[in-house]
Design a binder for this molecule. Structure first.
Ligand SMILES: C[S@@+](CC[C@H](N)C(=O)[O-])C[C@H]1O[C@@H](n2cnc3c(N)ncnc32)[C@H](O)[C@@H]1O
Length: 306
């Protein structure tokens, strides 16, 4: 039986606008989802039928939201990661800049629809970014940092930050996100283009300690030497390495997108690593996102390490 997509309620839309957020989910269905990025919309779809009915429904609902997108992009969701491509323009003026800027809780982020499969901001981490801001860490470590959204939030709250990602290009976009928010990326912030699994032991040897750490790895990747990272296989090791640089009282965010991993798997990995390190921890569940139906978005949990 077909399940009707869930569209964001107008009151949720208004609440997000009121908090200074214009990047969020619009709809979630079985074969598609729709996201708003400022004045643009991105439809991610598994079938053309799902894409076309999302477009029709969007037209019907724009009046409810008083929103009239300038451009609508479409992105095919392939079965295999190797077939992933950048979005294409479905509607709106062609030939304009593919880059745009969005806001979340009044923090600015750059997006680039031509950059590849992901445009630059994972909106399902919104409540986790809000929690990080509220924690006000002094020393923050962002692993798998991508465009450094978590680092920007921590830096705005006064932290010194270290952002680690294999992709120099993503870190450069991260530095640009610092600048968009009036932060100098050269003052108290480091951007390390390297393998997280190699960087963590180096930071530990230097005696570096952090009071907030984000671990948000991809399902699969290969480093510069061709060595594979597989989240199901390597997550335990990742948490163990992160504990070596976690100061007493540190908050760790554990987050994954792998369809076969659950929050319970993250908690189990953390419990095992804590026990082996002779430490203890308290789990704090991530806050729900009002624009995502339950069970959608990244699986995440926070651990306060003792
Ligand atoms: C899921 S994204 C992280 C999203 C990010 N936490 C955010 O919320 O914006 C995964 C990132 O991990 C990076 N990456 C993958 N394998 C890596 C590795 N072994 N070491 C460092 N970075 C890696 C990729 O380049 C990519 O930018």
């Amino acid at each position: 039986m077909a399940v009707a997509p869930e569209w964001i309620l107008p009151q949720v839309w208004s609440a997000l606008m009121a908090e200074g957020t214009n990047a969020h989910r619009l709809a979630t269905g079985r074969e598609m989802w729709v996201e708003r990025f400022g004045e643009d919309v991105l439809i991610s779809y598994q079938t053309e039928r799902a894409r076309d009915s999302a477009l029709e429904e969007l037209d019907r609902r724009c009046g409810d939201y008083d929103f009239h997108p300038q451009r609508i992009f479409g992105k095919y969701l392939p079965q295999h990661a190797s077939e992933r491509g950048a979005p294409s323009l479905l509607r709106g003026a062609d030939g304009g800049p593919m880059e745009t800027e969005v806001q979340e809780a009044n923090v600015k982020y750059g997006l680039d629809f031509a950059a590849g499969y992901s445009a630059g901001l994972f909106i399902d981490q919104r409540t986790n970014r809000a929690r990080l801001a509220a924690l006000k860490p002094k020393r923050f470590l962002n692993t798998f940092a991508y465009t450094c959204s978590f680092s920007v939030v921590a830096a705005r709250a006064g932290a010194e930050t270290v952002s680690v990602d294999l992709s120099r290009r993503s870190l450069t976009r991260g530095e640009e996100n610092f600048q968009r928010n009036g932060l100098d990326p050269k003052q108290g912030h480091r951007f390390i283009a390297d393998d997280v699994l190699g960087v963590l032991p180096r930071l530990a040897r230097r005696g570096d300690q952090f009071d907030a750490i984000v671990l948000d790895p991809p399902t699969f990747s290969r480093n510069q030497e061709g060595m594979a990272f597989q989240v199901q296989r390597d997550f335990d090791r990742l948490v163990a390495l992160a504990l070596e640089v976690a100061a007493p009282g540190a908050n760790l965010l554990l987050s994954v997108n792998h369809s076969a991993m659950r929050v319970a798997d993250l908690e189990l990995a953390a419990r095992t690593a804590l026990r082996l390190a002779g430490r203890s921890g308290r789990f704090i569940q991530a806050l729900p996102l009002p624009d995502f139906p339950p069970g959608h978005g990244a699986k995440t949990v926070w651990v306060e390490v003792r």
